[in-house]
Design a protein around this ligand. Structure first.
Ligand SMILES: [Zn+2]
Ligand SMILES: [Zn+2]
Length: 295
């Protein structure tokens, strides 16, 4: 896995234009198609094995699924639409105040001074405020202004694929027809317990259900893989590439506000909830030296 990531990084550095042309449409499309696929497969195939399709629980399942889909697609779109570049600052904030001048760096590519924690992205071709990383699934850089949307996108992807897997397992427990179509269950019942005539549906149903479970496992593993990277970002106010940096850590409560805005975790409700950030991404308060020694 690390080898593949390193090869991709090297290719992106050497051929940024080709990398973006290939990966952006493919990865954005994959996320959209994958989300629609699991939504329809679960609601039209798996969940009817668990709940009566005319009952209240089935309607509730539709509401929960729609809420998750809304947040996945909404946060993906908000990530893409939010300009987090240094150039998005108001004209008067694109230059350091006299007392901040020593903190700003010069970008040789953009030919301008940039605030602390801003870095140049070769793929976006501009400097990004508190740059976290470039995300190929939203076709943009993740930085100061759109980190909130990226976090909830990841959260809802993990929640969606987790619930999808939960529905599979529940259907296995409560429905015998569904249960018998899994390779493992079929083998245990047919071979180990020496039961004959285990009805596993027709061949197409058998293949479809096992293929669906395999896809769900991959999607869940991929969604969960990225979540642990968010922990140091919240606890230490670091970024994806500066995981052990302590200097900007202001405590969990303040870090959450800096990342998600003044409404904090209430932003889970919708990407369109107004949650202004405490500052514009140019002036970063640092941890006091005393606090570092106590850490
Ligand atoms: Zn730059
Ligand atoms: Zn970028």
């Amino acid at each position: 896995m690390c080898f593949v990531v390193n090869v991709c990084k090297r290719f992106a550095n050497e051929n940024p234009k080709v990398f973006v042309t290939i990966t952006h449409p493919y990865c954005v499309g994959l996320l959209l198609v994958g989300t629609a696929f699991f939504f329809l497969a679960d609601m039209l195939y798996v969940v009817p094995f668990i709940f009566d399709t005319s009952g209240a629980m089935y309607k509730l399942a539709w509401l929960v699924a729609a809420f998750i889909i809304y947040n996945i697609l909404g946060n993906q779109l908000a990530c893409y639409l939010t300009d987090t570049s240094v150039a998005s600052l108001p004209e008067e904030r694109r230059f350091p105040k006299t007392e901040e001048e020593h903190l700003w760096a010069y970008c040789d590519v953009c030919k301008m001074k940039v605030p602390p924690r801003a870095w140049h992205c070769k793929l976006c071709k501009f400097c990004v405020l508190r740059r976290d990383h470039h995300c190929i699934f939203t076709a943009t850089c993740i930085g100061h202004k759109n980190y909130r949307y990226f976090f909830w996108l990841q959260f809802y992807l993990a929640l969606g694929t987790g619930l999808s897997m939960g529905c599979h397992l529940l259907a296995v427990v409560v429905n015998k027809d569904f249960q018998n179509r899994y390779v493992l269950v079929w083998i245990i019942k047919s071979v180990l317990k020496r039961e004959n005539n285990v009805h596993a549906g027709n061949w197409n149903e058998f293949l479809w259900q096992n293929w669906l479970l395999m896809l769900n496992t991959y999607a869940l593993a991929f969604s969960l893989l990225m979540l642990p990277y968010q922990l140091p970002i919240f606890y230490l106010n670091t970024t994806f590439y500066t995981g052990s940096e302590l200097r900007y850590n202001l405590g969990l409560r303040s870090n959450i506000k800096l990342l998600l805005g003044r409404r904090g975790f209430w932003t889970f409700i919708s990407p369109w909830i107004h949650s202004p950030l405490p500052h514009d991404g140019t002036s970063w308060e640092e941890m006091k030296p005393l606090d570092i020694s106590n850490f």
